[in-house]
Design a binder for this molecule. Sequence first.
Ligand code: ASP
Length: 588
Amino acid sequence: MQFKRRTHTCGELRESHIEESVVLNGWVDTRRDLGGVIFIDLRDRYGITQIVFEPTYNNEAYEIGKDLRSEYVISVEGKVRQRPEGTENSAIPTGLVDVMVDKIVLLNEAKTPPFQIKDGLDVNEDLRLKYRYLDLRRNEMQQNILLRHKMYQIARNYFDTQNFCEVETPVLMKSTPEGARDFLVPSRMHKGKFYALPQSPQQYKQLLMVSGLDRYFQIVKCFRDEDLRADRQPEFTQIDVEMSFVDTEDVFEVMEGLMKVMFKEVLDYDLKLPIPRLSFKEAMEKYGSDKPDLRFDLEMVTLNEVFKNSDFRVFKDTIESDGIITGLLAKGCGEYTRNQLDGLTDFVKKLGSGGLIWMRVKEDTIEAPVAKFFTDEEIKNLRSTLNAETGDLIFILSGKRLKTLSIMGSLRLEMAKRLELIKSDAKPALLWVTDFPLFEWDEETQRFYAMHHPFTSPYLEDIDKMEANPGDVRARAYDLVLNGNEIAGGSIRIHNSELQAKMFKALGISDEEAQMKFGFLMNAFKYGAPPHGGIAFGFDRLVMLFAGENSIREVIAFPKTSSGASLMDDSPSIVDEHQLKELHIKLR
Ligand code: ASP
């Protein structure tokens, strides 16, 4: 079909264009027929321009204008005019002008879309995902995709100026565990063998350090075949980074620089550096989380000292079994009703706690079902340790360390919500969490796992404890947290094959298994590996937070549902018998 190429976009015309002849191309956003004059808002990625059809101006165009419907694709030619007084639209940048149409070409008709192409849409997300190409036509989605684009450019530009080299690593690789389940790809040419999709380019980036590339980054897709909890995707994007001859401080410096430019260029916010730090232990004890939200205070307080001689059975047992007693002060909540307190008790019970101890702080006593178990001295100490005042409410949980702390951490977040402690204009709260444990004990399988991944270096002074006391070994690992979200994680790596072997041993991976799975990396370490370390940002989550969205699906062009399905192209899907045969696969 013949059509004239646009002279301007739909977001471009201003008063300075008045009297100019222009050509616009775009979609019909809305159409108002006032009988004798038709107004159309014409839309493209750049904005909206009002175009006007009047029979006295051009009857032929007016006749075609009558049949236009939403989402029709058109090309119009016409003259820019000042909008008549009183009809200006200050809500859009083109709102002082419109275009009188004297020629129109209908480029394509459109079926009525399953939902309106507008912001603030209130429809089922599945419908949006099925018609994602239409969902992406909406302005707010386009803004998210453009923001994401901008953040790629900022990252690429930043790393380039810092001497980093972008390298692509394979998508078809060897299956090597990195914590999650691999997606496997059967090989046609190698019968019975499989590639895996990378959970991250971890080993490749370490190999690039052995190669002497010195500073690597990549904006890269990673794949993990996990049951998708809340806001995860089977494929997601990382900004992946690795650096040679560095320690933690060097990694922090470069990443803080990246955060600084991101905040400045995206949000025009001057981020103060350095970013504060907390050890994993402190983070757990004060906030009950390894990704604490520091936009508000509400600190938890360890009360073991206060109750060290307590006769109260529950506390006594906890202290004897090396557990923790942790308290939280809810300011001014002393008048909470029994109903509210029962609700909060249910809340912690659902998370696996035996119960919730609560105490109302009165003038010179406390009022609580458990009050009778405590001495005056203990109550006095409790009040002063928590800085409790009349009218406050005290919560206490006790039990196994990490579990109890993390339940109290959830209660902390719940109370913050109830007390509206997170202000809408709160400054972004960034922090590094450091010194994670190297190993994590798994009750179910009764063995230790690497908390980060098996290539993470222990603190050198803790190496001796790796056999006798693995739970006490600290890792040179760190996470970057923004407003209670983990946005990046990384570590200083093991760069010597003996220590790596020791690590595998501690994880119960036999020599043969290690050789089979990681032999290439361990061999590479024998040829002069520099000390190195790195980090990876969860890019989707980062964009989500900068966009002010609540789900990463809002910043991914074609996301999958929480069950890993693509509603638009219907994947995963059945394949031909013939394809399976070629791959030497038989379905059961
Ligand atoms: N590969 C790690 C991850 O995906 C990040 C890192 O250690 O650099 O979590």
